[in-house]
Design a protein. Structure first.
Length: 390
């Protein structure tokens, strides 16, 4: 038995022995944070004992409290770290869909089950899962995906474009980064509106407007509801040799009373609210140590003036398009966002209103308003690239 296996058995044994203490000491938020951190920091599974430990921690917690998000995470932990053990993942996905049929993750679990059954060459079972998505969740975000799979139409246009972004040789002038995605829902807003869905819709529309109005190429870090680690988003923009990088998010607050637009550029800050926001957006990435920020600053230092200019131009452009609706703005700020660290291009992070505020959330749920946001982003990006005064 090699040293790695011994280490794995030792860690799992300790976990089993101390499981009652783990259950009482940990919280759902701690599990979520550790789940996203491990996915980002160990994508090549170099620390198998940590994956096994996290699986066991989820199992211990779920014995005490059933939860759809943690069931989904546990299934993914099996899929990622133990691909030969797909039956375990299926058990947790089926439990999620059965126990929480109204959860926003219910259709995601069915779709993932369909994919697993397809891999296992159980086509009838796969089709049954897809039919359940189409029948039970016609308004869900996986409806179109399931329907396309059922109709055997091959890959959707969005998926084809996503693959094109990965392999195309030409440079992308603008990289748009719709935050979150997949099992990382982002903030949850009014009526169950999800941040991951809003920002993807805005990014796709902004891309369309830019390419209709100019000859600039646009690439997206994701074109569908999938999870992309934070570091990969910046690496993608650098690989495409982007001239600017825009990460799109929506804000949220504990009181659900805050509203308005905020645009950020990368820098350290003494502002408490800015630090809290950065911690929330950074939760699925590594912690920002001093060394990382120093390295990020070394790359960004020459781009900082351009990033500040981009932030101001984009802020003014977006606000110009939406201010008639009575939206507030908190202006341009700075904060240590992980997704911006290491960008070779001028970069900003946009918080497109507060999704959990009654008025902001209602606006974000409307396609016409999302189109206004997209137009503001597109016009701001073009203004920056063309060197025009706003």
């Amino acid at each position: 038995m090699n040293s790695t296996m011994l280490r794995i058995f030792f860690v799992v044994g300790l976990t089993l022995f101390f499981s009652p203490h783990i259950s009482s000491a940990q919280s759902k938020e701690n599990l979520k944070a550790d789940y996203f951190k491990l996915k980002n920091t160990d994508p090549n599974l170099k620390k198998p004992e940590k994956w096994l430990m996290l699986i066991r921690r989820h199992q211990v917690f779920l014995k005490k409290e059933n939860d759809p998000e943690l069931l989904f995470h546990l299934a993914n932990l099996y899929i990622i770290s133990q691909p030969e053990n797909k039956e375990e993942a299926l058990l947790y996905l089926e439990k999620l869909s059965r126990d929480f049929p109204t959860s926003s993750l219910a259709d995601d679990s069915l779709l993932k089950m369909a994919e697993i059954y397809e891999e296992l060459d159980k086509q009838e079972m796969s089709r049954e899962m897809l039919l359940r998505v189409v029948k039970n969740y016609p308004n869900g975000d996986q409806y179109i995906v399931a329907k396309n799979k059922l109709l055997r139409q091959g890959k959707s246009e969005d998926e084809n474009r996503e693959n094109k972004d990965k392999v195309r040789e030409e440079k992308a002038d603008i990289v748009l980064d719709p935050g979150h995605g997949g099992d990382d829902l982002g903030a949850v807003g009014v009526g169950g509106l999800l941040e991951k869905d809003v920002v993807l819709a805005v990014a796709l529309m902004a891309e369309k407007i830019i390419e209709e109005k100019s000859d600039y190429n646009v690439a997206l870090t994701r074109r569908s509801d999938r999870f992309v680690p934070l570091a990969e988003r910046t690496e993608f923009a650098n690989r495409m040799q982007a001239k600017l990088f825009i990460s799109l998010h929506t804000n949220a607050s504990i009181t659900k009373k805050l509203s308005g637009l905020e645009i950020y550029y990368l820098d350290n800050t003494d502002d408490h609210a800015g630090k809290l926001l950065a911690e929330r957006e950074n939760r699925d990435g590594e912690e920002l140590g001093d060394l990382q920020l120093i390295l990020g600053d070394l790359i960004q230092s020459s781009k900082l003036p351009d990033s500040v200019r981009l932030a101001n131009i984009l802020h003014d452009s977006i606000q110009k398009h939406i201010q008639a609706l009575g939206t507030k703005t908190h202006g341009v700020k700075k904060a240590p966002f992980y997704v911006l660290v290491g960008s070779h291009a001028p970069c900003i992070l946009a918080e497109l209103l507060f999704i959990d505020h009654p008025k902001d959330g209602k606006l974000l749920s409307e396609k016409s308003f999302r189109d206004l946001l997209a137009r503001g982003i597109a016009d701001g990006a073009l203004t920056f690239l063309e060197g025009k005064k706003f």
